[in-house]
Design a protein around this ligand. Sequence first.
Ligand code: ZN
Length: 120
Amino acid sequence: MDADGDSTAAVATPTPETETKKRKPTETRSVVWQHFEKIYGPDDNLIQGKCMYCSKVYAAESKKHGTSSMKNHTKTCIHNPHAKETRQSKLAFASNSESETVLTNWVFNKDNVRKAMARI
Ligand SMILES: [Zn+2]
């Protein structure tokens, strides 16, 4: 961790998308830096962020790119343990529609079975 001034009170506070509050020009204190490694350029300026989980590198010059692409990546990174929530809700949704399919198949099969039974 870098010494980033002396007012680093809320560092490890997980903030679930409350970007309306205090927007700083340099987002080096953004939550994404809990998941990304800072990569600095020759001028000692932050240029890239490397995912700690899958080593994917994103442009991080906050003036140009901001951290939104990195933020998105933390949610979708398959190696990120913190992305679990998103994946679980997706999975729940998937399994939901899957069970519907299963049910439809089952009804269909039952009908088939009935037909087959009737033929005997
Ligand atoms: Zn990643």
